[in-house]
Design a protein around this ligand. Structure first.
Ligand code: V47
Ligand code: SF4
Length: 386
């Protein structure tokens, strides 16, 4: 406490920031106005120190990853989000893929005997792949490997499937859960504010619909993640509004595990003219997220999108999770221009990456039960390796 106050003294020249710093240290919640002020006036060093303080208070040096693999059933999509480099319905349909249930089961079987704990199923919104198709897929996955956690389908995919099947969100979610769906990934949230959402993804589920789907999952006892696509047309107030809506739902249900800010990448999409954020802006984004989302247990940097070395740096800006040892089975970011053109990293590489940042690598399952701790922390900053 003494050390962090000393560091934060640097902000005494700005009494408003100092007040926010004092609140955070006292464990008090910050307001929307204060959140905006952090973006506008907080220096990266100060924000990083404060976010790191919160992160260490919550998790010490523990930095989580999991062993998962992705299935992307299709990249054909009925929607036309302007930031998407992935969907192939309207342009270049010949580049589209559509996997059959047997092909997807073959992917699952290719991990037989390997210590993966999760399959992440996410893709485009295909007009013919309906909820019954995916229920069949999930039952077959569970028949083959009952202990594999299925984290699948963004609220965008679910909203479309439920509407097409003419079932309510409550009914549809119950059916999907019974068929094997364990939790929801955080995709499709983008930015909730309608004036920005209309410019980037006008035709898919709106913010209220996205939140309703996650709330319904939470009420069934399922957990989920939440994302925010930042660094395009939105202003700081839209980021804070987005995080505030998530924070309020989390107060109600407690069902979110992780918040994942996603940096907009501008390669090969209809928003290629929009410049990408700088690394400094990215680090500030993570730090403010850690400070604002006080009821989200975890903050994740998704390394295939950010790049592994930038993701490593976020570990000093509030982040305590860097996703998984995924194989080269996800294409959404390499297609959007991420420097990670072949996003696979072995457990050894991921563990080394976390250690280099002075943190303690901990393998987790989807629900953050610890699978293996790679070392032991004695004193802050001092890590004893196995
Ligand atoms: O919703 C699409 C994003 C998301 C671009 O829950 C883009 O553990 C940047 O949500 N630039 C899908 N982002 C991926 C996703 C996700 C990924 C990893 C883990 C989890 C989790 C969730 O990808 C979309 C959209 O926001 N996206 N295009 C782009 N050009
Ligand atoms: Fe479809 Fe998702 Fe791409 Fe939007 S972001 S066009 S919903 S695949």
């Amino acid at each position: 406490m003494i050390a962090i106050n000393t560091i934060l003294d640097a902000s005494k020249t700005n009494p408003e920031l100092q007040k926010i710093g004092d609140k955070v240290i006292a464990g008090e919640r910050i307001t929307q106005e204060e959140g905006i002020l952090l973006f506008e006036q907080g220096s990266p060093g100060w924000l990083g120190a404060l976010a790191n303080f919160v992160r260490e208070r919550m998790h010490g040096h523990r930095t989580y990853f999991n062993r998962n693999f992705h299935i992307e059933p299709t990249n054909v999509c009925v929607f036309s989000c302007k930031f998407c480099s992935y969907s192939r319905l309207y342009k270049n349909r010949e580049e589209g893929w559509e996997l059959s249930i047997d092909q997807m089961l073959d992917i699952v079987k290719s991990y037989d005997g390997k210590p993966v704990t999760e399959v992440h199923i996410v893709g485009g919104v295909h007009p013919k792949m309906d909820m019954y198709f995916f229920m069949d897929l999930m039952r077959k996955i569970k028949d083959h490997r009952p202990d594999l956690h299925i984290k699948g389908f963004t609220a965008v995919e679910l909203d479309y499937m439920f509407r097409k099947a003419k079932v309510s969100v409550e009914e549809g979610m119950k059916l999907m859960h019974e068929a094997g769906l364990d939790s929801l990934p955080g995709g499709g949230a983008e930015i909730f504010a309608p004036e920005i959402r209309e410019q980037i993804c006008a035709d898919k589920v709106d913010g209220a619909g996205w939140l309703h789907i996650h709330k319904t999952a939470h009420l069934l006892g399922m957990h989920s993640n939440a994302t925010m696509l930042y660094g395009h047309y939105e202003k700081f107030e839209h980021r804070i509004d987005h995080m505030d809506q998530l924070r309020r739902l989390q107060d109600e249900t407690g069902g979110f595990n992780t918040f994942i800010p996603l940096k907009f990448r501008n390669h090969d999409n209809e928003m290629s003219h929009v410049p990408e954020t700088t690394l400094i802006e990215d680090m500030k984004m993570y730090a403010v997220a850690r400070l604002y989302m006080d009821n989200f247990p975890h903050l994740k940097a998704y390394w295939p999108m950010l790049g592994r070395h930038n993701a490593q740096m976020t570990l000093s800006f509030g982040v305590n999770d860097i996703d998984g040892t995924i194989d080269d089975s996800t294409r959404i970011y390499s297609m959007a221009g991420s420097e990670e053109q072949n996003p696979s990293m072995s457990t050894q590489e991921l563990v080394a990456l976390i250690r280099q940042a002075g943190r303690l690598p901990v393998e987790r399952d989807t629900l953050y039960n610890e699978v293996k701790v790679y070392g032991e922390v004695q004193e802050p900053g001092e890590i004893h390796l196995n």
